[in-house]
Design a protein around this ligand. Sequence first.
Ligand code: 3HC
Length: 282
Amino acid sequence: MAIQKVGVVGCGLMGSGIAQVCAQSGFTTVVREVGPELVDKGLRGIEKNLARSVEKGTLNEAQRSEIRRRLTGTTALEDLKDCDLVAEAIVEQLPAKRELFAKLDSICPSSTIFASNTSSLTITEISTSTKRPDRFVGLHFFNPVPVMKLVEVVRTIATDEKVYEEMVAFGAKLGKTPVRAHDSTGFIVNRLLVPYLLDAIRAYENGLGTLEDIDKGMKLGCGYPMGPFTLLDFVGLDTTYYIANIMFEEFREPAYAPPPLLKRMVLAGRLGKKSGQGFYKY
Ligand code: 3HC
């Protein structure tokens, strides 16, 4: 079954990015948020990105209108009933995701494939809230979604082989490079990235260098686009803290334990770029 219509649940940072790339790649896309103001906010962000692409000449006016025409916002989950694929990017909380997918399971036909953009929860545990764990995968995108080239396509022990391959092909149709990952907490990227970010905080706590020098070291010495503290502020310290806790809970290894400074910064509301202050001020 070829995917034609995609439903995206959540129109925040990740959901709006996913909706944008789906519409941009030719899929009829409907994105759902809980309230009309959140739908508007998400769609405005997408429109801004599209306008920037027109200014830069990477899209023309006709293409922009076509993309915008393919994309609709809604607050009603029922509007996702005829989607071939529903990709979820809501709050990173297991009960909320399970509740959402249980509802979607009763709304969508049995042929619809479900995907979660979770970065750290267990896909298997989310999928068992439905009667279709065989048609359930992880599609893990990276921030900013329209720019980052990767999508991790995650299979559980219950995922049907054909569904999985269809999702790998779907990732490629979005212009992303799909990598195959098993349903192991953190998948590939966060399994390696999170301990690196936590180590940078520990190094800073131990007086290894200034924030700026550690950032410069990794940026210029290793060719990373951002140093670890700039990246931590970009990802969000609350998000990193949350992921680290889940990974520590799963693996019980010190490498995943959130450092005390990270916890205190989150408690103090220094969440990174989004709150105006993290390791740096914005
Ligand atoms: N949305 C859309 N486009 C964006 C954007 C956004 N939020 N931010 C930047 N861009 C575009 C710009 O328009 C520009 O496009 P152009 O090349 O066509 O002109 C291009 O990206 C480069 O942007 P800039 O020139 O402004 O800035 P940089 O060259 O510094 O790139 C960056 C910005 C792409 C964010 C780069 O710094 C980068 O790659 N940083 C690392 C990001 C990263 O590691 N993300 C993964 C985080 S981990 C994650 O998401 C997993 C989760 O589970 C935690």
